[in-house]
Write a protein that binds this ligand. Sequence first.
Ligand code: FAD
Length: 386
Amino acid sequence: MVYDLLVIGGGINGSSIAHFAARAGFKVCMVEKNDFASGTSSKSSKLMHGGIRYLEQFQFHLIREALRERWIHLQQVPQRVQPLAFIIPVYEGDRRTLWMMKLGVLLYDWLAGKYKVGKHEFLSRQAVLERLPGLRPEGLKGGVLYYDAQMDDRALVLDHVHAARDCGAAVLDHTEVTAFIKENGRVTGAAVRRPSGETFEIHARKIIAAVGPWSNQLVHIDDTSSSDVVRLTKGVHLIYPARLAKEALLVAARHDRRIFFIIPWRESETLIGTTDTDFRENPDQVSVEEKDISYLLEETRRIFPGIRLEERSHIATFAGLRPLLRHEGAPSRVSREHSILETASGLILVIGGKYTTYRVMARDALRHAFGIKHLPDEIFSKNQRS
Ligand SMILES: Cc1cc2nc3c(=O)[nH]c(=O)nc-3n(C[C@H](O)[C@H](O)[C@H](O)COP(=O)(O)OP(=O)(O)OC[C@H]3O[C@@H](n4cnc5c(N)ncnc54)[C@H](O)[C@@H]3O)c2cc1C
């Protein structure tokens, strides 16, 4: 059998591409070498957001696009994506001053336009302390409040996997692409391997690789002489087993002035993250190091001086890799925009981007492969909604 499309990678990009292509009537096969959603798509900060910090980089187009996607998800998959209030406390000597923050939230809401989740507020010093008991009071000048959204990243991937299957796609986990099959220099399929040692071939008219941090490995399987296409940076999160605050906080780290989040998570936990450091090893070997934990604990203790974070055994951690378009520069300044590449042999790669804008990436990849111009705004058709 020859499929219309083979999708490699079962993260948010691969699963949504497989789903949307199958729904459009194409014969689709998707393969994932581990569990579905085991890669970056379950290691994110769980924010479906425009990315307020991209205002500093003047990435207004990216922010506006993401804010529209945020709104569509809030409307259509409220069981996976919910509004979340953020407070930014501002201290004396902060590089990002109170008036800059006020301007930032004004602009953020203005960019959202009709897709706004809730109206921002300017908060006095007293109002910040009332909302965030335990926050360090010394030097606090005031703050701002704005709205974004929080998602269950892993669950949303699984929704797309199930929806792809419901539309007739073959979806195979624990199936790794190890080589490409070529005719006259063009990819026509892939050789795959299962953990049992079983190997077989899958043939398809088009192949899209949505393998995130593994993109360099895939282009090398396609052509050993090709250059790297992504730069990887590692992001570590801690899950603290208690609520530190009712609202989420966005703060600048003292150590390197990077922005990091302290976010209420599940019923009674707090998600703290993230780090952002270059990573040059095998993506299969990403792990949390002691220095990552120390960085996050130290910064959290600075903000909530009274809390006890000593009992490290109670703190869960996870690490993910950001697959960023290859650029030089400090990691958090590297663009989060995406790109669709095609190698000389016709392998299509979806590179970069953010989780929030995965539908835009899926549309662009399917436009590239099959000339599909638009995807419906409806994420799951009625009988597929989970
Ligand atoms: C720390 C961190 C925080 C983030 N926070 C946010 C956030 O809050 N909001 C946001 O919008 N974005 C966020 N992002 C970005 C977002 O998570 C990623 O852009 C997105 O998850 C990438 O999805 P993907 O499907 O391309 O990759 P992945 O989810 O990594 O999926 C790729 C899959 O390909 C599989 N694979 C690899 N090689 C093969 C092979 N040879 N054969 C078969 N399968 C293969 C892998 O096993 C993997 O499951 C964050 C990223 C990181 C690292």
